[in-house]
Design a protein around this ligand. Structure first.
Ligand code: UTP
Length: 291
């Protein structure tokens, strides 16, 4: 029997060095795309996939992330007094049920794998999703919902994948492909950040995963991988052969919001999609483009 997917881990303990000085005193995941912080996009995407319980893995200087999911009592009272019903509704829409989100602390940022291991008590014996909030996906069907639907068919592990240019494989976790039907890819190996000349493919993992709890046992070994960090990819690779392991070519457009160019592109793409902002953005954009 395939266990239902109800839990998600949101690792948000990275240093965000590529966004300094913006991230000196503020978490990268609080950066807004248009008018919503990255963390909120991730939570909404997970909820659309049926996920009910959340664990944020936080670190120092990340308190705003926790506050964001709390009730802003004084703010709400003031909005009510001033008759700002639309704004009040926007706050209520983002509210999670009591107890639906917990936080654990990753005291030292030793890598993504270590961050996930820090959530081991939350994960317990259940399958779980991981969403990296700085990967933002614009899609008709939310990316995590696509993954959850695939998981309901295959069980085991399912990761979202996309083709990257050959010369960029050393920035990503890369799949070694067993078979490929154009959408679902059976995986026979994974390599974190391989050089282009040794990369087994150019199919890379993006920040959306569905994993089995057994991965925690491998993370607990604390083996250091690329960049001397505890790599999630290395622990996942050990599950191959034990449980079904698939990559899903999701439908949608992914923006790497941990990178300045990706973040700027996301602003434009998401603003253009908004009925209230799209026409105005479309009208001013040509002014900034060389003829
Ligand atoms: P990144 O590789 O983007 O690293 O992490 P970073 O520290 O956030 O940003 P840069 O590269 O310094 O600019 C990918 C994801 O893993 C989390 C990050 O918060 C992000 O969501 N992460 C990374 C942790 O939670 N802990 C870590 O030790 C490392």
């Amino acid at each position: 029997m395939i266990k239902p997917l109800r839990k998600a881990v949101l690792p948000v303990a990275g240093l965000g060095t590529r966004f300094l000085p913006a991230t000196k005193a503020m978490a990268k995941e609080m950066l807004p795309v248009v008018d919503k912080p990255l963390i909120q996009y991730a939570v909404e995407e997970a909820r659309a996939a049926g996920i009910e319980q959340f664990c944020m893995v936080t670190g120092r200087g990340k308190t705003a992330l926790v506050e964001h999911f709390d009730v802003a009592f004084e703010l709400e009272a003031t909005l009510r007094e001033r008759g700002k019903t639309a704004e009040l509704q926007a706050l209520h829409d983002q509210q999670l049920p009591p107890g639906a989100i917990v936080t654990v602390r990753q005291q030292v940022p030793l890598g993504l794998g270590h961050a996930i291991w820090c959530a081991r008590a939350f994960i317990g014996d259940d399958p779980f999703a991981i969403l990296l909030p700085d990967d933002l996906v614009l899609a008709e069907t939310p990316c995590m919902k696509q993954l959850a639907d695939a998981y309901a068919q295959t069980g085991g592990c399912v990761v979202a994948v996309t083709e990257v240019p050959r010369d960029q494989t050393s920035r990503y976790g890369i799949l070694d492909i067993e078979s490929d039907d154009g959408r679902l890819v059976a995986v026979k190996g994974l390599v974190e950040k391989p050089k282009p000349e040794v990369a087994p493919s150019n199919l890379s993992i993006i920040g959306r995963y569905v994993l089995v709890p057994e991965v925690i046992g491998y993370l607990a070994r604390m083996d250091r991988g690329a960049g001397n960090e505890v790599q999630l990819t290395d622990a996942m690779a050990r599950l191959i052969g034990q449980v079904p392991f698939h990559g899903l070519r999701y439908e949608g457009r992914r923006f790497d919001c941990g990178d300045k160019v990706g973040f700027l592109e996301a602003q434009i793409a998401f603003a253009l999609k908004r009925p209230d902002l799209g026409p105005a953005v479309r009208a001013f954009l040509p002014k900034y483009i060389d003829a």
